[in-house]
Ligand binder design. Structure first.
Ligand SMILES: C[S@@+](CC[C@H](N)C(=O)[O-])C[C@H]1O[C@@H](n2cnc3c(N)ncnc32)[C@H](O)[C@@H]1O
Length: 483
């Protein structure tokens, strides 16, 4: 009989675990959120959350069995189900954790691609490791199906190996809408210079709201600000000033951008059947009313995006007419910072990939395949520093098979590398000019004439050697002659 050492799976960490860091980044945890860590191991996460000011507690059958199991707004079931060898017990732990979650449950398990780094012998649907612990590695789609099936929910992929389950539909809608809206700090609305400095400062939060949502806030959405109250007689007065001082064309641009966000969000949330208008979060109802004539009109626009998604030729066309990104016969490659500036069709395409993978930590480029419905997240850790950075990992979402594949190039002696880095980014990307200057130099030296001959680190080095050139940062210089 095999004895499984479950307690030994708990490790000492130096920072918050991945699922909780992601939840923090995703605003799932805000200062008033209570958190319960189900299967908390040695309690490192609980301690760190408490240090950050959260009402956090935890329980673990092997390390903190005397503590109570408590309800909380957010319950974390982090890397617990993968250490349980009995599939029935796994399900019952999932149910227990869910029963304690008032607002959301986070479920994290080790993804299948980590199996290659762990030695052990086969046991049930997993392995017994050399430490005597059990590990079941989940495929991304398998983990989702398992959660959804046993909890009768539609979970949301937060990241590879991490899923959120929301108690209320409207909370998951708010989360998804934020995910569509984020990454667009570039949008700015200027306040009229003629206003007094005190007025401008008091109005700034409202102006930021207009920049993000393309509409003025409802009175219920205005932050409780003493500065605003002391500067304007009423909130309505402040809103009226905003309306008058933002120029028409700025309004129109903010509205158009917000309308695109809303349409992309409505397209991405249509798969499980469209939500009734009154079930949408109130702020999104305000968006619909301000940006479209009706909910029906908004949904029709979203449906048009979805039709293009089912049509590979339309996707291909959208890729080939993108204003930026590197276009090859196979795909359009875009830096992650610029995804939300793509055409809405391509944003929905990328969003479908992300619905499978969740947000991929460390992704540098997104590859939108023009030939087959596949979206890949490529990690180039040295993208900014290295003039020709090497590919480290790739995570590919296959939208037809609903499958996610991970490839690790980290130990490759001859990884694929990038050229013409400026093509991947938008105009205002820091150091874009430096990237472009290097490309011009390399073009003048005829180094880029045959793209296939320079695609890997070794080939590129050979090409430079042959031309008697080398790189000094982002500059091409003569190689020193051999002594
Ligand atoms: C890999 S550790 C993860 C600990 C912690 N959540 C983290 O992410 O650092 C797995 C933990 O699951 C706990 N565990 C094992 N069986 C459990 C069960 N039936 N219910 C709750 N926790 C369990 C183990 O004691 C162990 O501390």
């Amino acid at each position: 009989m095999t004895t499984v050492e479950r307690g030994r799976t708990a490790m000492m960490r130096t920072g918050l675990s991945k699922p909780l860091s992601i939840a923090l980044a995703d605003d799932l945890l805000t200062p008033d959120t209570s958190v319960f860590d189900y299967g908390c191991g040695r309690g490192g996460d609980v301690l760190r959350l408490k240090t950050l000011g959260y009402d956090a507690s935890g329980w673990d059958p092997n390390h903190a069995a005397d503590l109570p199991r408590k309800e909380a707004d957010v319950v974390n079931l982090g890397y617990v189900v993968n250490v349980i060898e009995d599939p029935h017990e796994r399900v019952s732990v999932l149910h227990s954790a869910w029963s304690l979650a008032r607002r959301a449950l986070i479920v994290a398990a080790r993804p299948d691609w980590e199996a290659r780094y762990v030695q052990g012998r086969s046991h049930g649907d997993g392995i017994i490791t050399t430490k005597g612990t059990f590990q079941k590695f989940f495929k991304q789609d398998e983990l989702r199906a398992w959660i959804d099936n046993y909890l009768t929910v539609r979970s949301i992929a937060a990241a590879p190996g991490v899923f959120y389950v929301f108690r209320e539909d409207s909370t998951s809608h708010t989360f998804l809408a934020n995910r569509v809206r984020n990454r667009r700090a570039y949008r700015r609305v200027e306040i009229d210079e003629s206003l007094l400095e005190t007025q401008r400062s008091a109005l700034q939060p409202l102006v930021d709201f207009v920049a993000e949502r393309g509409r003025v806030p409802d009175v219920t959405e205005i932050p409780n600000s003493d500065e605003l109250k002391n500067t304007f007689p009423t909130v309505k007065h402040a809103i009226a000033v905003i309306r008058q001082t933002i120029p028409n064309d700025t309004w129109a641009r903010a509205q158009e951008a917000a309308r695109r966000d809303l349409t992309v969000y409505l397209a991405l949330t249509a798969f499980g059947g469209r939500t009734k208008f009154t079930n949408l979060p109130e702020d999104i109802q305000f968006d619909v009313k301000a940006l479209y004539d009706s909910y029906r009109a908004a949904c029709e626009s979203a449906d048009q995006l979805l039709f293009s998604l089912a049509d590979q030729a339309a996707l291909n066309k959208a890729c080939s007419s993108a204003a930026f990104g590197k276009l090859t016969p196979e795909a359009l490659y875009v830096h992650v910072s610029a995804i939300n500036r793509l055409d809405p069709v391509l944003r929905v395409y990328e969003g479908c990939g992300r619905a499978l993978t969740g947000t991929v930590d460390g992704a540098t480029l997104v590859k939108l395949n023009r030939v087959e419905p596949k979206v890949s997240y490529l990690n180039y850790p040295e993208f900014d520093r290295d003039p020709h950075p090497a590919l480290n990992t790739s995570l590919r979402a296959d939208l037809r098979r609903l499958h996610v594949k991970y490839t690790d190039f980290g130990s490759s002696q001859n990884p694929p590398i990038l050229h013409r880095k400026e093509t991947f980014v938008a105009d205002d990307y820091p150091r874009r000019d430096t990237f472009a200057r290097l490309t011009s130099q390399e073009e003048r030296a005829s180094l880029l004439d045959d793209a296939r001959a320079i695609g890997t680190q070794e080939r590129w080095k050979a090409r430079l050697d042959q031309a008697g050139l080398r790189l000094a940062g982002h500059r091409l210089v003569r190689a020193r002659p051999a002594e």
